[in-house]
Design a protein around this ligand. Sequence first.
Ligand SMILES: Cc1cc2nc3c(=O)[nH]c(=O)nc-3n(C[C@H](O)[C@H](O)[C@H](O)COP(=O)(O)OP(=O)(O)OC[C@H]3O[C@@H](n4cnc5c(N)ncnc54)[C@H](O)[C@@H]3O)c2cc1C
Length: 445
Amino acid sequence: MLAPKARPSPLPDSLWQALAAASPDGGAAVSTGAPLARDLDVEVAVIGAGYSGLAAAYALQKRGVGCAVLDANVVGWGASGRNGGVVSSKFRLSFPTIDQLHGLDTAKRMHRLAHEGVRVVESLVDEFGLTQARFEHTGSLRCAHTERALAAICAEADWVRATLGDTSMSVQLRAEVERETGSKGFVGGVLSKDAGTILPLEYLRGLARGMTLRGVPIYESTPVLQMHRAPGDTHVTLRTPGGTVRAKQVIVATNAYSDLTPATAPYQRELVPFRSAMIATERLPADLDARLMVERRSYTETRRMMKWFRKVDGRMLFGGRDAFGKEGQTTGFEGLQRAMVALFPDLADVPVAYRWSGYVGMTFNSLPHVGRSDDATTFCLGYNGAGVAMASLLGQHAAALALGETPELSLLGAPGLRPVPFHSLRAPGVRLVAAWYQFLDAVGA
Ligand SMILES: Cc1cc2nc3c(=O)[nH]c(=O)nc-3n(C[C@H](O)[C@H](O)[C@H](O)COP(=O)(O)OP(=O)(O)OC[C@H]3O[C@@H](n4cnc5c(N)ncnc54)[C@H](O)[C@@H]3O)c2cc1C
């Protein structure tokens, strides 16, 4: 666990940060930027100013419920300011697998929730006028690295079409994937039309600006150090360096960064944090720009230690999970660049301009969790690396739960905190599993 910090860490030196700095407002602070410096009484306190926390605050504000958002860092410091900006309509667990494990009705409900996530992003972008976030409903192409992987994703697309009546997935043959991506590294793919891309930090900053304009205070540089409810007290007291907050309800939206302070650390034990790294090249030469990723979608591949890529600002953005390194370390970036060049040999001489990483929160059942840890505290976390749309949705459902409503959550509803068994062994466990996955990927199994 990290010691509580007196000063917030700066935003990572990412492409998103550079684009925000170059935007018309020069990446200006989104809220007052001020830490909490007095005592406060609110109906609901939200901890964490990522998509989850701001979506929760949005849902509360719409219902006329007074709330305040507290973040240990500046808006965008967490995963919401670092991610790949892929807006997807799927869970890590496939819909046929959900059907096998939990039955068809559940698979249908989960399918609805997954697509609702994309609708929520669309409507927030519209409502808050977030043109700077450049949301595009591009679709996402899953590229198969072996015939076996292709057969598996085609079978999944067939099942979704035949059983759920979802025609948004279609198979692409090898030649089409090669034309579209510019890579010879794939044998075919499956296109999911209901997906898109966004500038993740602009999306988050736009939401934060909108919430501030609607009168919801966002206190940055305000770590919650302690959460406490005295026996018989109807309020929870949150202690921060500059003041205490008394709230009837608390929403914990700290995801894979929950161990920043002891107050939220118990929520980290729901998760196995996995480091996820990204690189962005310098602007591509015109001929390469015209040949690579011509449809401007997001792209993922079928290897277990999956890589993904898209084109932004005329640059190749390439990401992948790397369980071996720690955030802030430089390990993993060379491996990522090698993987990129293996798929796109033409990029061998294009320098990498930005390198950054962050933590994604994986869960044991591969699904996000939203629930109540007691009668005054609600949490949402564990997006398994696909949280742009899902956190935008589940933050709102967490707000509904905190107000005693019963939103449709299907398998995402958690009965309480369910710490990962043998949590202290998670780091070596993650390394072991990652090494095994890398081996299987390497031998093409
Ligand atoms: C490199 C990378 C690439 C990714 N790519 C994608 C992608 O392309 N598509 C996709 O859908 N998802 C992606 N994800 C996942 C996605 O970014 C996350 O699921 C999502 O941003 C989670 O949002 P959140 O609001 O729950 O958490 P975060 O955005 O991490 O916010 C948590 C906040 O809580 C604050 N906090 C923590 N503890 C305290 C405390 N005690 N007191 C006060 N504040 C506290 C932190 O400062 C932080 O700002 C990626 C993630 C990473 C790291």
